[in-house]
Structure formats: structure tokens, C-alpha cells
Design a binder for this molecule. Structure first.
Ligand SMILES: Nc1nc2c(ncn2[C@@H]2O[C@H](COP(=O)(O)OP(=O)(O)O)[C@@H](O)[C@H]2O)c(=O)[nH]1
Ligand SMILES: [Mg+2]
Length: 287
């Protein structure tokens, strides 16, 4: 073969190898991207109500669930022209069941940690313990696994009192951020100093550091030396978004009917912390 031909063949081969490498990159280096959305968080936060809204376009009456509930829902996507179908996995918050979220981690694209904003001042330590378990699991994934995005949903934002002219959404997310950052910082300091943080939880179980996850829990490392913050968390992206399924009067914003028009209305309904509009945007933006 003459040398110009040889050069051409080599160049084509290189181009082919580069194209294959680019095509396979998400699979070979970052792991397969799953299609599950996991709803986790303490009991009574609103996980099942949100699942039913995302799935059936309306809030159905819920009751305390003692098993994982799986449904399907389709969302448009900001990165592809096609709609994307997700498995929605509603994991009850009861301490004996909540660790089952880890069975779905390999297929998780996003994790939605739902918090009842209105009672967080009281339940902060227990909620932080639960979130710590999730963050520990995310930071313990094998390096080849795609790490799902995490959103902390400052839910039931209709129940907090907000001075007129203030932003409900900002007050709700600021409250969740400051309480959880403070509690997670306590846990981080205790684990650094080697003192078990089991006593920081709600006291209903001794599992926090040893039993449930089988060993010491890390996963709260941050860049910089300012203590724990979601912004500097090394485990990945963690966003805080406000939502509610009811308006200030206690009327459901998503029970207005069961035809698709009311769904469209509720879907886009995100008036400063009311509705699920910001959460749905977050799902549509998932990479
Ligand atoms: N005020 C208010 N109540 C809500 C909201 N979302 C859910 N709830 C209520 O909170 C209670 C617990 O909801 P549920 O979905 O069963 O919580 P789960 O235990 O996390 O699955 C139910 O009575 C819901 O009607 C909300 O945005 N605002
Ligand atoms: Mg439930």
C-alpha cells in the first residue's frame, strides 16, 4: 500500500476509535445511567402524596405505607427531544424499611429526599441521621457507578408562616438548609473525632453508625474548612427546592379535578413554593 493510502487508513482508524470511545464513555467510565427516581425521607413528609401526583396527576388519599411502592411516570427532558419514562420508587421512612433504598441505587438517576419543612425545627436530628445514611451510601458507590443527583425537597411549604412580601420558597429552603447543615456538621465533627454519632439521631434505634449501614459512616466530607455545607459537599450535586401540594388555605393545589387540563395547570403551578413545578423542572433537567 502506498504511504498516502496507509496514512488515510490510519487516520480513519483513529477517527473510528475516537468515535467509539466517545459513544461508550458514559457506560464505560461513569456507569450506566439508570431510570429510577427514589423518594426517600422521614415518615409523613409527603413522599406517597408526591408519588401519586407524579404518577396519577392527582393527590390520592395516602396512608402510612410499610412497603416500597413502585410506579411509572413520563417526563419531558431538557437534554433530549423524547419524553423519558422513569420508575418512581417510594421508600417508606420507617427505620426498619428505609434502608431498602439501597436495593435501587444501581438504577437511580435521581434521589428526592422529602422533608416536612414545618416540623423540621423539632425533627432536625432524626432527619439529618436519615439524610446522612443516604449521603454515606452515595459516597460509597463503586467509582464506575453513575452517582445519582440528590435533591432535598423542602415540602409542605404551605404550612410555614411567611411575612408578606417575602419569598415563601426562599424562607422554606433557607430553613431546611440551615437546620440540616447544622445537624450534619455535628455528625461530621463526631465522626472525625471518633465518637459515635448514634446518640444524635432520634434515639429510636441504635443503628445510626453501626447496625444499619454495617460500620462507621462517612460521606460528609466538604472542600474547604468551613464545616459542612451542601454547596461544598464532595459527594456530588445536592440541590434544595421548595414544594407543597396544598395552598395556604389547606386546599389541595392538585386535587382540582382529574382531567389532563388540571394536570397541566398543576404541573406548571409553582407560585413561590406552592406546587411541584420546580421539582418537575429538576427531573426534566436530570442528566
Ligand atoms: N399541608 C400539607 N400537607 C401535605 C402536603 N403533602 C402531603 N401532605 C399530607 O401529609 C400527610 C403525609 O403524607 P404521605 O404522602 O402519606 O407521607 P409519607 O409518609 O412521606 O409517604 C398526608 O396527610 C398528606 O395529605 C403538603 O404539601 N402540604
Ligand atoms: Mg408513604
Amino acid at each position: 500500500m502506498s504511504s498516502p493510502h496507509l496514512l488515510l487508513v490510519v487516520a480513519l482508524l483513529c477517527a473510528l476509535i475516537a468515535a467509539v470511545a466517545i459513544f461508550l464513555r458514559p457506560y464505560s467510565f461513569k456507569g450506566r445511567r439508570g431510570n429510577a427516581l427514589l423518594l426517600v425521607g422521614p415518615p409523613d413528609a409527603g413522599k406517597t402524596a408526591i408519588t401519586s401526583f407524579l404518577t396519577f396527576k392527582q393527590a390520592l388519599p395516602t396512608h402510612t405505607s410499610l412497603q416500597v411502592n413502585e410506579t411509572q411516570a413520563t417526563f419531558s427532558s431538557s437534554s433530549t427531544p423524547k419524553d423519558r419514562a422513569f420508575r418512581i420508587i417510594d421508600v417508606p421512612g420507617h427505620p426498619r424499611i428505609r434502608s431498602q433504598f439501597s436495593n435501587y441505587l444501581g438504577d437511580a438517576r435521581g434521589i428526592i429526599f422529602v422533608v416536612d419543612t414545618s416540623n423540621l425545627a423539632r425533627s432536625g436530628p432524626a432527619v439529618a441521621e436519615h439524610l446522612h445514611i443516604i449521603m454515606h451510601a452515595l459516597t460509597s458507590l463503586p467509582p464506575t457507578t453513575h452517582v445519582p443527583s440528590l435533591v432535598i425537597l423542602s415540602h409542605k411549604s404551605d404550612l410555614i408562616s411567611v411575612p408578606t412580601s417575602s419569598s415563601r420558597s426562599k424562607i422554606a429552603t433557607d430553613r431546611v438548609r440551615s437546620i440540616l447543615e447544622r445537624e450534619l456538621e455535628k455528625r461530621r465533627l463526631q465522626s472525625v473525632s471518633g465518637v459515635g454519632v448514634g446518640s444524635l439521631g432520634d434515639g429510636t434505634e441504635k443503628s445510626a453508625m453501626s447496625g444499619e449501614m454495617g460500620g462507621e459512616m462517612g460521606g460528609l466530607e466538604c472542600t474547604g474548612s468551613e464545616g459542612f455545607s451542601f454547596e461544598t459537599w464532595e459527594g456530588g450535586e445536592a440541590t434544595i427546592i421548595a414544594s407543597s401540594l396544598k395552598d395556604g388555605s389547606g386546599t389541595s393545589t392538585v386535587e382540582k379535578g382529574n382531567n389532563s387540563d388540571s394536570y397541566e395547570e398543576a404541573r406548571s403551578y409553582d407560585m413561590d413554593g406552592h406546587g411541584l413545578g420546580s421539582l418537575i423542572e429538576w427531573i426534566e433537567d436530570l442528566q
